[in-house]
Design a binder for this molecule. Sequence first.
Ligand SMILES: [Zn+2]
Length: 106
Amino acid sequence: MTKKYTPGPWVWELQDKSETILGKQSSVGVDLENIVLSCVRCEACQKQNNLDSFRCGMPEPADAKLIAAAPDLLAACEYVLEHGTTKPNDKASTMLREAVRRATEV
Ligand SMILES: [Zn+2]
């Protein structure tokens, strides 16, 4: 099966005060060759220069985690569909638990 989406894992990274990007994780953050999404703050928020109110230009934290976990959730679902799972600690269960953790952990 050909995967046309950007391979995971995905992470969010604050680029500067005006932009947050989502992309494939590298050893130093987002691999700039594999950016999935770029969220730019409006001019008013950029002028305020307050990172505490960085909601503009970035999804809600819970949504951001769910979006970033999409490749893991897909991989876990594909694995279970192909191999099935019946045991609490088999690979399928482990993949599902990890994907849900990445999607929801606080
Ligand atoms: Zn704004």
